[in-house]
Each structure stands twice: as structure tokens, then as C-alpha cells.
Write a protein that binds this ligand. Structure first.
Ligand code: NAD
Length: 340
């Protein structure tokens, strides 16, 4: 019997890639664009599993609602699990599986793309040229070669970013992590304290998971010790940066530029077409007014390869769950403690 799964926050591409990965029909997918939250958990009635994404709410209350509907399995179509209450899941006997690994190149290459766009003002040049304005004033950037990059978090994604910047651009790469990755030394990166990294980097790029320890790690104090005019890139999770402090630092001309693929209150904004609506989030609206800020809608992962892998791993997770096999994608409550 195929497992009946309701896929929340499903866009056309989720439907396409998950359906294609479901070769032997082990899953019956029901797709909905609705986000999972307390109001929508009732939609899980009659399904044994829910399949969720980064902005779905899997807090204790929602877990209880899902359990009451008979859900036994939560399938995350992502790596990060900061939106999941794993203790509640464990208590309720719900298995949570994620996609621990999928093309880290997708995110790493996007982060480097943001650096280049922000530095060389490609986004502004694109608009200017469309208006037949070919002036270069205001578009000046800097050579990345010889400058210093700071990589916060040197796991799968951060280590690739470090390698691209070191070997590809000839940058000096400073790194910070609670656990050293031997790959970093191979491309010439060095580990320093987080303060040393912030003080000495021309570009700081974040590749940490969101945990209680990394929540608002980049706060007013951290921003104040950065080199004046430095650039900050965030493709990890929005709440690692205190956005209000970031805006203040931009206003003070301390931070030179920021590119954000993630935003701490993105749940009500990203993956939706709001072009006909009024956005109430004033902090977000203010961010959009800065000429030296690029915001993208949590798209760093969005490549063909990543979506293929996410869909295939999700279907494999279902197979392993049905066969009672454990795999690296099962999340236990103790993971939270391990990450701390
Ligand atoms: P990873 O687990 O391979 O690497 C994370 C690194 O952070 C690890 O080396 C870990 O030791 C380190 N770390 C954890 N807590 C820390 C702390 N308190 N201080 C310092 N270092 C700490 O993860 P990854 O695959 O490289 O992904 C990194 C993050 O990128 C994910 O957690 C996710 O939030 C984000 N992400 C974003 C997108 C996107 O589309 N924007 C896509 C995938 C992942």
C-alpha cells in the first residue's frame, strides 16, 4: 500500500520533481500550496505523513494536531530543521526525516553570485541599461583577489564557498566553526575566533544552522566590530542576523552592503506573489529601500540538481520508514543538543 502524504507549501516544481521521483509508486502525494500551521494542520486528516518545507510550522502545538490526525511521519524537503520541535515529535511517536545532504554547490554558488552582484552592482547595472542609461557612476566595485573573506560555518556549504573564494578568486579565507573541517586547510583557509573573523574580513558569509546559540549571533556588537564598509552575505537562516541591528549598521555607514537570501520573518512573505498586496512588515520594507542591499526569496538551493536530489531522498526516506530502516536523515531530539 502506498503511503498517503500531504505535501504542504507545494509549488509547481515540487509537484513535478516529487512525482518524477516516485517511480515505483510507493507514495501517494496530495499537493497543497497552504503552509502548515495550526489553522491548516487539520488538512493532514487521512494522511499518514506530511511533507514540509522551510517556512512550515512544526512547533509542539502543530505536532500535537498532526498526531491527533494520525500522522506518523514528517518529511522535510530541506536540511535545516529549526522550525521543528523534535522533542514533541519524539514524545508523540512521530518520525521526522530531512534531506541531510543535497547539492551544497547550489547554495555555495548562489552565495558567491550574491557577492559578485553586490560588489559589482550587477543588479543596478541591469536596470540602468534597460533604461538606456549607460553611465558607470555609482557602479564601482573592488577586486576580490587579495581581499579577506570570513566564512562562518565550515560544513558542507561553507567549505565549498571557502574553496571557491580561496582557489577561484585568490582571497585570504578566515573561518570560524565549533568543529574544524579538514577540507579548510587543504584550500589554505585558517580558523580564527569569530571576533577576529568579523574584524578582519572584507566579506563575511554565513553558513551556520539556526540554533539557540546562533540566533542573532550577528547583532549590533558583532556588526560594530566589522571592518567599515564590509559586506555581509546570508544564505543560511534569517534569524542568525538581528535585522534591526543590521539596518542600523547600514544607516551608520558601518556595514557597506548586505545580500540576504533569508530573512527572520520570511514565513509570511517568501514563496508568495505579494505584488498586488500591501506588505505590513516595516523592517522588511525598509531593507528593500537600501541601494546597497540585495534581497532574494530563499532561492539559494533552487537548482535542478538540488530539487532532483531532495525529491529522490524524500522518496527514499519513505521507503526506509516503511521498511523500518534507520538512515542519516532521521532526526532525534538529541540532535538539537548535538548542534548546541
Ligand atoms: P552543515 O551542517 O554541513 O554545516 C553547518 C556548520 O555549522 C557545521 O560545520 C557546524 O559545526 C557549524 N556550527 C553549528 N553550530 C555552530 C555554532 N554555534 N557556532 C559555529 N559553528 C557552528 O550544514 P550545511 O549543509 O553547510 O548548511 C548550512 C546552513 O545553510 C543550513 O543549516 C541551512 O540553515 C542553510 N541552508 C540554506 C539554504 C538556502 O536555500 N538558502 C539551503 C540549504 C541550507
Amino acid at each position: 500500500m502506498p503511503l498517503k502524504i500531504i505535501v504542504f507549501s507545494a509549488r509547481s516544481y515540487d509537484r513535478e520533481f516529487l512525482s518524477r521521483a516516485n517511480l515505483d509508486g510507493i507514495c501517494t502525494f496530495h499537493f497543497t500550496e497552504a503552509n502548515l500551521k495550526r489553522d491548516t494542520a487539520i488538512m493532514a486528516g487521512g494522511f499518514q505523513a506530511v511533507c514540509c518545507f522551510v517556512n512550515d510550522d512544526l512547533s509542539a502545538g502543530v505536532m500535537e494536531d498532526l498526531s491527533a490526525e494520525g500522522v506518523k511521519l514528517v518529511l522535510l524537503r530541506c536540511t535545516g530543521f529549526n522550525n521543528v520541535d523534535l522533542e514533541a515529535a519524539e514524545r508523540l511517536g512521530i518520525t521526522v526525516m530531512r534531506v541531510a545532504k543535497y547539492s551544497p554547490y547550489s547554495v555555495a554558488e548562489f552565495a558567491v553570485g550574491l557577492m559578485l552582484s553586490l560588489n559589482r552592482k550587477i543588479h543596478r547595472a541591469y536596470n540602468r541599461v534597460r533604461e538606456e542609461n549607460f553611465l558607470l557612476d555609482g557602479l564601482m566595485g573592488f577586486d576580490m583577489q587579495g581581499k579577506t573573506a570570513g566564512v562562518l560555518g565550515t560544513g558542507k556549504i561553507g567549505a565549498i564557498v571557502g574553496r571557491i573564494l580561496s582557489l577561484g578568486f585568490g582571497m585570504k579565507v578566515l573561518s570560524y566553526d565549533i568543529k574544524e573541517n579538514p577540507a579548510v586547510k587543504k584550500y589554505g583557509g585558517t580558523y580564527v575566533t569569530v571576533e577576529q573573523l568579523m574584524k578582519n574580513s572584507d566579506i563575511v558569509t554565513l553558513h551556520l544552522p539556526l540554533t539557540p546559540q546562533t540566533h542573532h549571533l550577528i547583532d549590533a556588537k558583532m556588526l560594530s566590530i566589522m571592518k567599515q564598509g564590509a559586506m555581509l552575505i546570508n544564505t543560511s537562516r534569517g534569524a542568525i542576523i538581528d535585522t534591526k541591528a543590521l539596518i542600523q549598521s547600514l544607516k551608520n555607514r558601518q556595514l557597506g552592503a548586505a545580500a540576504l537570501d533569508v530573512y527572520e520573518e520570511e514565513g509570511d512573505i517568501f514563496y508568495k506573489n505579494l505584488s498586488e498586496q500591501i506588505i505590513d512588515d516595516e523592517v522588511f520594507l525598509l531593507l528593500l529601500t537600501f541601494p546597497n542591499v540585495i534581497v532574494t526569496g530563499h532561492q539559494a538551493y533552487f537548482t535542478k540538481e538540488a530539487l532532483t536530489h531532495i525529491a529522490q531522498t524524500t522518496v527514499k526516506n519513505v521507503k526506509d520508514f516503511l521498511a523500518g530502516r534507520t538512515n542519516e536523515n532521521i532526526l532525534f531530539a538529541r540532535e538539537v543538543i548535538k548542534q548546541a
